[in-house]
Write a protein that binds this ligand. Structure first.
Ligand SMILES: C[S@@+](CC[C@H](N)C(=O)[O-])C[C@H]1O[C@@H](n2cnc3c(N)ncnc32)[C@H](O)[C@@H]1O
Length: 271
């Protein structure tokens, strides 16, 4: 199961309530995760840069602005009106077409190409599928908005290593057979195959918890494959090692350069 329609209203309400804090954390150009992991991998998979891009769940518009500054014609959508309002405010002078679109609403997705008066050279959805209650409407309807063979690129919390609110990073001291003490750090995974909804926070101090929708890779990708998409690009970006720090600091993704917290994938529809 990949769809949880009964949680969509709750999710959008949480994103409305948390929009101010999300906007502060993201700033104009995205936070550290976006700039270090998400944008470089997404840009690589987008090459050659298309003339027009549709963005789903654009948040405060960080990636839409990045594309618009490179001359791409961007239509940026989100289901949260509060996020869109903040995105618009930050983007004065840039030619971005902002639309409120609930990504679970099939008729709104079907109308996208008409609303923008064009089909798009790519669709991007950054760090949002795990926040979107239903994903099959996107897989069903996006082909209508895309030029034939154009890519759909999405980034998400890595479903195998960064399972939303329950992620557990650990450090262990290992004594090797020749008496060396070695520190090993990693991620402890439980419940990978347990599809479902959990509640948590994306940013410390946010006013409302949000639902997370964990979908193991076989479920997430099968939902796309069954609807005619093929996977033709993938990146698993990890942080560069943050160096020294105290024990608590070192239990962070910045100190796990061999484990990717984010997955970025490129799909194309067979037509
Ligand atoms: C983690 S934020 C990512 C935002 C932005 N792409 C970024 O990378 O900063 C998740 C976004 O998904 C949006 N979202 C959640 N459910 C949605 C839905 N049903 N339709 C459209 N957007 C939705 C939220 O409003 C929020 O902006």
């Amino acid at each position: 199961m990949v769809d949880f329609p009964e949680h969509n209203a709750e999710s959008l309400e949480a994103w409305n309530l948390n929009s101010d804090l999300w906007d502060q954390v993201q700033g104009d150009d995205g936070n550290y995760w976006q700039r270090e992991l998400v944008f470089p991998a997404t840009m690589e998979l987008l090459e050659p840069l298309p003339g027009s891009v549709l963005e789903i769940a654009c948040g405060n518009g960080n990636f839409a602005r990045t594309l618009a500054r490179r001359g791409v014609s961007v239509t940026a959508t989100d289901g949260s009106s509060a996020q869109l309002e903040l995105a618009r405010k930050r983007s004065e002078g840039l030619r971005i077409n902002w639309l409120r679109v609930d990504a679970t609403d099939r008729s709104a997705l079907a109308a996208l190409a008409d609303a923008a008066d064009t089909t798009f050279g790519a669709v991007v959805c950054n760090m949002a599928l795990m926040d979107i209650a239903e994903i099959t409407p996107l897989f069903d309807m996006l082909p209508l908005a895309l030029e034939l063979g154009a890519p759909f690129i999405f980034s998400i919390l890595h479903p195998a290593f960064n399972l939303g609110p329950d992620v557990r990073l650990f450090a262990e001291r290992l004594e090797t057979s020749d008496g060396q003490l070695v520190e090993q750090r990693g991620v402890r995974i439980t419940g990978y195959l347990d599809v479902g909804v959990q509640h948590g926070i994306a940013v410390a101090g946010q006013p409302s918890q949000q639902p997370y929708f964990h979908r193991p890779l076989q479920d997430l990708l099968s939902a796309a494959f069954e609807r005619g998409w093929v996977l033709d690009g993938i990146r698993e970006p990890a942080m560069t090692d943050g160096g020294e720090g105290d024990a608590y600091d070192r239990l962070s993704w910045e100190h796990l350069p061999s484990i990717p917290p984010v997955l970025v994938a490129r799909l194309r529809h067979r037509g």
